[in-house]
Design a protein around this ligand. Structure first.
Ligand SMILES: NC(=O)c1ccc[n+]([C@@H]2O[C@H](COP(=O)([O-])OP(=O)(O)OC[C@H]3O[C@@H](n4cnc5c(N)ncnc54)[C@H](O)[C@@H]3O)[C@@H](O)[C@H]2O)c1
Length: 446
């Protein structure tokens, strides 16, 4: 393997996982970010995001990974540069590519040959537009390759190093060869394709995953009406080899930095191209409604929420990350406050981010503080720590022992046997099938 000098633009989840993993494969990497505090922290050995294994991997390769806020340190010393900047949603739901265009403009004076590799998720035809801009800037010596990233936060390093596939879309086959060669040690299938198809593979993959989530959530909602248990249903459906078990986990909807923005970007891309993507519009709408359904469940048990204390448990959009982008907690907290509830919230890693994002919410350092005199515990993120909820200590701490499990992470039988009232998503409620010896919940709580 050739030891390459690689550049990475953007020190977020994708950029840092990319840098650490290529260093692990033996390459030298220089990472540039535009936030000076982020660069200073990384230089001091502090990793500004919560991603398991990442601090250790970066520490192992301190001699091979450098950090800078200066673009010239990247373009001056590397030949292959991975673009890993954010592409958030604009107000209209399209992808905001301003960080990408800033990078293209910053390359205006590059004299040596360079390969720009797009890892950020971008709309189809972005590559074509970047190519046109590079040509307009007389930068024919800067190549372009689409290499979308599929990692998930919380398992970013494993996903990067054992990918289901690597997608490489190139205008020039030789450019694609060069990028594909970097991934050869991973022994994963490499999908070589054109740039537009590579861009679409990423958007279509996320749209398909989001569709499965909204599908099982709607099945869950119907299960509640007809007395079926969605967990049993998902198990039975997932055993069909044509469907498989993945992304059939009912809950309070997807969030995070990818699914919401990528689904919306694909919907907008289709609309701008003259096509109404009906299915994806429904997927997005179902997800929005799903986040709010748990408020109805609280009301069904507690009545008016005015003055009731609700403990929001888990604030990040999923466990093992402190990322709160598009997290359901950001919708639920203001909704509950608007209903007049007192909202307490706990999360093992996301409290610092939550301080600026969740005004009016009492943030607590411990789980028990959040539950003290609470009328309901609402599981928003399935942190493993929340298994400790089912304890006599918590039962006595709560004013009314209601657990609304937005992630179906607890065993309803065990929770009810411990003296709590349990509501999950798409699971038979206690009111429908009371267990002998367990009080009827509405009477107990109303
Ligand atoms: N987070 C994920 O799970 C994930 C997975 C797959 C793909 N993606 C895609 O990868 C891209 C990056 O996602 P992320 O979650 O790592 O984003 P992020 O917001 O965590 O990180 C982006 C970083 O880029 C920096 N930046 C902005 N402009 C810059 C510039 N001109 N030069 C250098 N750095 C700059 C920002 O300061 C920030 O630190 C997005 O397009 C996203 O959709 C993300």
């Amino acid at each position: 393997m050739n030891r390459e000098h690689l550049g990475v633009l953007g020190a977020g989840w994708v950029g840092l996982a990319t840098a650490a993993s290529f260093a692990e494969l033996g390459h030298d990497v220089v990472v540039r970010d535009v936030v000076p505090e982020r660069v200073a922290a990384l230089k001091a050995g502090k990793v500004p995001i919560h991603e398991p294994g990442l601090p250790e991997m970066l520490a192992r390769h301190r001699d091979r990974v450098r950090f800078t806020d200066d673009i010239s340190e990247v373009v001056g010393s590397t030949e292959i540069v991975f673009v890993c900047v954010g592409t958030p949603s604009t107000y209209s739901g399209e992808a905001d590519l301003s960080a990408v265009w800033r990078i293209v403009d910053e390359l205006a004076r590059v004299e040596q040959s360079l390969l720009l590799v797009m890892k950020s998720t971008v709309p189809v035809r972005t590559g074509e537009q970047v190519r046109a801009r590079l040509d307009a800037l007389e930068l024919a010596h800067v190549g372009y390759v689409a290499n979308p990233e599929f990692l998930s936060e919380g398992t970013a390093l494993a996903d990067f190093n054992e990918p289901d596939r690597v997608v490489v879309g190139a205008f020039e086959p030789a450019d694609g060869d060069r990028v594909a060669a970097l991934y050869e040690p991973l022994e994963a299938p490499i999908v070589r394709t054109d740039v537009a198809s590579a861009e679409m593979i990423k958007l279509a993959s996320n749209a398909a995953l989001a569709t499965r989530i909204s599908f099982i959530n709607e099945i869950a909602n119907v299960c509640e009406l007809v007395g079926a248990d969605v967990e049993e249903v998902a198990r039975g459906v997932g055993l069909d080899h044509r469907l498989g078990p993945h992304f059939l986990r009912p809950g309070i909807g997807y969030g995070g930095s990818c699914f919401p923005k990528d689904a919306s970007a694909l919907k907008q891309l289709a609309a701008n191209s003259g096509y109404h993507f009906q299915l994806l519009s429904a997927v997005i709408e179902v997800n929005e409604l799903q986040k709010r359904r748990v408020v109805q469940k609280l009301r069904a048990h507690l009545g008016d929420l005015r003055g009731r204390t609700v403990a929001l448990l888990g604030l990040s959009f999923k466990p093992n990350t402190n990322d709160m982008r598009e997290a359901p907690s950001l919708v639920l907290a203001p909704r509950l406050l608007a209903e007049g509830a007192v909202v307490r919230a706990w999360d093992p890693v996301a409290l610092p981010s939550a301080r600026t994002l969740l005004g009016g919410v009492q943030l607590t350092e411990t789980l028990l503080e959040a539950l003290e005199d609470a009328d309901a515990a609402l599981i928003v993120t399935e942190w493993p720590e929340l298994r400790a909820l089912v304890s006599p200590e918590v039962r006595h701490a709560m004013r009314t022992p209601l657990i609304v499990d937005g992630r179906n992470m607890l065993d309803p039988e065990a929770v009810r046997a411990a003296g709590f009232v349990y509501e999950g998503i798409g699971r038979p409620s206690a009111a429908r099938s009371p267990r002998p010896g367990v009080e009827e919940p509405r009477r107990e709580l109303a």
